[in-house]
Design a protein around this ligand. Structure first.
Ligand code: PRX
Length: 661
């Protein structure tokens, strides 16, 4: 692409010449109510030159919901095409939703939101399981110009409360409950607890719309055409109800019109907020805007998965994460694709479930995470080979570096060496893929995310901020924006600048380490900040530490990552207890519970070690580098001359935790 042309001057803007050619042509495939007037993409990436900003097609107006649904139904005549095959947790629990039906449901629910007073620019929190109504809720927000903030349904009440308050939401949408495998999650109970916490902190949210998912009554058919799935019914579910706040999704829909004029939004109006862990411990509300995100999610989906109209695409992520936003909802629907929307787990009711679903729906493009591959690998090839998988054409991976063994298994066993693997590197912040192969076009190297996507210009910097040429290793940064990059941290633009732009002025800093080989391939080496990647989910060590020290028995805590065969990294926690407290199994269980309750199950500590002393420098800084080695039982500690008291090290090695708690 023109963007990859050799630049003459350092930091020269390439966009002026190539953006109108490349992204401008793509923008023509979308509907714009009004055209943009100024530059296609305007930006400043250099903190020393003023405020950081990125603007794409500012002044143009559109509505993403209109582009995703109305145009596909009316202009592209895809009304009868399946948008989603919903596959429930329980095999046999299924629904089919066409583009026309989805549009009708979205319009109806958009009218419900309006009747509840939700207006353009208002924030709406969504805390739901993987059901079609989650897509309906998000697109209904988009239709009326409201900003959705989806909170993964595995997060705790505390985490939900924090996100509701930070985004100053005016409404919460949730569900009664759901099953993850055979485990019942009473979501409404958690949502209520979160709302109580909000009230206690002076933020009384007035309205909560609840979808009856498990406790559905027979006549309340969810999406019209089919009989209600029987297997997920859970008549015993206890659903607390507060008539002053709670509203029933189905009751609200009664008699509501299924026509709703879209709200035309500026290309730079906010589209959604999605929280991601921050190294200070407080999650950051990553804000994406309308126009650029739409172009980027749609184009990366189309090219990276080589999308063809007869494809059946399946991304196994949860919509509560960015992968689900960009590559379950926005990217596929923008292309008129048919997707599988899966509520369950890869191991329920057995470890063949994924391949059973692939055969059932003839999935051709499949996108999952290395952690899922490693989990299934443990059971060997037999559960995979029970199913034919002939429909598969492209396999994708995302979330963390994929180790060569997992890559080979995915390629050989799952894809039978027929299917290219697209190892897609990106972040909540990037909105879509930034380093990725194009299937069958880019020669693959197992474990490498290969090359930048069109218009993305990476660089590798050393500690002094100098760009390294040729084969090298250092900080992965980007030199200029692409349409889908985040615009700010919601409510805290300064944090946006500090986190991503202050360390190396002129560059967006990813926080990842990276190596470039002699062929120019990029290899992500992992996070270089205090973040951990557990099963493809980023967690900040500071967040887990603060959850631990909130327990009265804990005086100090330090959390590091320890390699884990399935999860990639596991959480190894060192805790120093307050004077007079003795360490016990029950305390350990309490601490584990404490972290689950504060953050969510994904942050549950794997190892907790009683650490009467922690290795600190003379200035009192904890030496995490040393703790990482202790957690791994690696005695090659390197230089420890700055330690204030080196005797703690031997003590910590002796008391190492060998088995997970
Ligand atoms: O460390 C990188 C890792 O996941 C981080 C982004 O996490 P999050 O914002 O939660 O988004 C995950 C889904 C896009 C990155 O900074 N990461 C993501 N994809 C890859 C990866 N590391 C290596 N290879 C990848 N393909």
């Amino acid at each position: 692409p023109c963007c990859q042309r050799k630049k003459k001057k350092k930091n020269m803007c390439l966009f002026s010449s190539c953006v109108p050619e490349f992204w401008g042509d793509i923008a023509k495939d979308f509907f714009w109510k009004t055209k943009h007037a100024g530059q296609f993409l305007d930006y400043n990436f250099d903190v020393t030159k003023g405020e950081i900003f990125i603007k794409c097609m500012e002044g143009a107006s559109t509505n993403i919901c209109y582009n995703l649904l109305d145009r596909n139904v009316n202009e592209h005549k895809l009304g009868d095409k399946v948008a989603f095959y919903w596959e429930g947790n329980e095999p046999g629990d299924e629904l089919t939703v066409t583009y026309r039906e989805l549009l009708r449901r979205v319009c109806q629910f958009a009218n419900v939101l309006k009747s509840q007073g939700v207006k353009k620019g208002d924030r709406v929190s969504i805390y739901m399981p993987m059901v079609v109504e989650l897509v309906v809720a998000m697109l209904a927000c988009v239709r009326i110009g409201a900003v959705h903030s989806i909170v993964f349904a595995g997060f705790s009440a505390e985490s939900l409360c924090e996100r509701i308050m930070d985004s100053q939401c005016s409404l919460l949408i949730t569900a009664d409950g759901f099953y993850r495998g055979d485990k019942l999650i009473n979501l409404k109970l958690i949502a209520d607890e979160a709302l109580q916490k909000c009230r206690d902190k002076g933020f009384p949210l007035q309205r909560c719309i609840m979808l009856k998912h498990l406790s559905k009554e027979a006549e309340e058919t969810p999406l019209g055409s089919q009989s209600p799935p029987a297997k997920r019914a859970c008549p015993d579910l206890q659903v607390p109800w507060n008539p002053e706040v709670d509203l029933c999704w189905f009751t609200l829909l009664c008699g509501v019109s299924d026509e709703c004029e879209p709200e035309w939004c500026d290309s730079e109006d906010p589209l959604f907020i999605l929280y991601t862990s921050g190294s200070t411990g407080k999650p950051k509300g990553v804000l994406h805007t309308v126009g650029g995100y739409m172009l980027y999610a749609a184009t990366t989906f189309k090219l990276v998965f080589d999308y063809q109209p007869d494809d059946v695409y399946w991304c196994t992520a949860d919509i509560g994460w960015i992968t689900g936003h960009s590559y379950i909802t926005y990217g596929p629907l923008a292309n008129g694709a048919t997707s599988v929307l899966f509520e369950g787990l890869p191991t329920y009711p057995d470890v063949s479930r994924m391949w059973e679903i692939v055969d059932k729906y003839h999935v051709s493009k499949f996108y999952t995470a290395p952690t899922a591959i490693r989990l299934l690998m443990k059971y060997g090839s037999e559960p995979v080979q029970k199913y034919k998988r002939q429909s598969l054409k492209v396999l994708g991976t995302v979330g963390e570096p994929i180790n060569p063994e997992a890559w080979q298994w995915y390629y050989t066993v799952v894809g039978e060496k027929r299917c290219p693997i697209v190892d897609t590197f990106w972040q909540t912040e990037t909105g879509g893929h930034v380093l990725t192969p194009l299937p069958a076009a880019t020669p693959m190297k197992p474990g490498s995310a290969t090359f930048p996507f069109f218009g993305v210009v990476p660089a590798i910097l050393n500690e002094s901020g100098e760009e390294l040429e040729g084969p090298s290793e250092g900080y992965l940064v980007f030199k200029q924006p692409w349409p889908g990059v985040m615009r700010t941290v919601y409510g805290n633009h300064q944090r946006f600048e500090t986190t991503y732009f202050r360390k190396f002025p002129g560059y967006y800093v990813t926080g990842d380490g990276c190596r470039r080989d002699e062929d120019g391939y990029y290899w992500i080496t992992g996070r270089i900040d205090d973040m951990l990647n557990v099963s493809g989910h980023l967690l900040s060590t500071a967040e887990v530490e603060s959850a631990l020290v909130e327990h009265e028995a804990v005086a100090e805590a330090a959390v590091v990552g320890r390699p884990h065969a399935v999860k990639g990294e596991s959480l190894y926690c060192f805790v120093t207890l307050t004077d007079g407290v003795t360490y016990s199994c029950s305390l350990e269980a309490e601490l584990k519970k404490q972290v689950r309750e504060k953050i969510g199950a994904i942050a549950t500590p794997d190892y907790i070690q009683n650490a009467p002393g922690l290795p600190k420098t003379r200035s009192g800084k904890i030496m995490r580098r040393v703790l990482r080695k202790i957690a791994r039982n690696d005695r090659d500690l390197g230089d420890v001359s700055t330690l204030a008291d080196s005797s703690v090290i031997e003590q910590l090695f002796q008391n190492r935790c060998c088995t997970a708690v």
